[in-house]
Design a protein around this ligand. Sequence first.
Ligand code: MN
Length: 280
Amino acid sequence: MSQTPYRRIDRRSRGLPASDGAGVRLTRVIGTQQLPDLDPFLLLDEFGSDKPGDYIAGFPSHPHRGFETVTYMLDGRMRHKDNHGNEGLLTPGAVQWMTAGRGIVHSEMPEQEHGLMRGFQLWVNLPAKDKMTAPQYQEFAPDRIPVAEPAAGVRVKVIAGQVGETEGPVKQPATDPLYLDILLDAGASFEQPVPEGHTAFAYAYEGAADIGGESEPVMKGDLLVFGRSGSVRFTARSASRLILVAGRPLREPVARYGPFVMNTKEQIMQAFVDYQEGRF
Ligand code: MN
């Protein structure tokens, strides 16, 4: 049997319509009953609508503990505020990598009343030793996200990890994440190595692309979960955009209830008590 250098595909799925916050309509890609998580990733939501009714209610004040939320805006403007006095505005192309750690309470509200609002929110788990760390933000305006152009017709926004010599600004030693936004012209190819053993997935949000070593393409709205060894390669059938995300699995027990992700049920109970008693 011949072996390709490419990661095989372990799973293909599509997101499900969901509603979160005060009634924001979105597509839940990871974090569904069919795909509860992909260690270390706990959730992936795609939001995208030009109908204000789908997003205007936003995500009013809510807590997080024990993991990281990563917001990547494609279109539209979102203002966030937290209970520690941090506030900022995410504009198109901006990234906010928020380490909730021991706890924050924040709101994420659209700063627009019409027009397109589009982007992703990814949740990344923290190892037991970091779950109660101090909250921290790694927030980058669009001009702080470097763009690699490894071949003609290929542009890669490097949020985390490395493409050739181009290094993304986000650092997280625990999970060593790769987060790329890949823009391909029709016919263009891009290949990316991924560390052995790291979890990797791709989600296509525009166009369609062939995958190295596979006969079936990835289409807009498809999630691909890759095997653990080899590189990944995309060749665009039409102008395409995909995110490619990878990270080191934590292999620790996950106790999860809504916005709290810990290792044991007792720690979840403690999170409720701490939140109710204002200790976030
Ligand atoms: Mn949040």
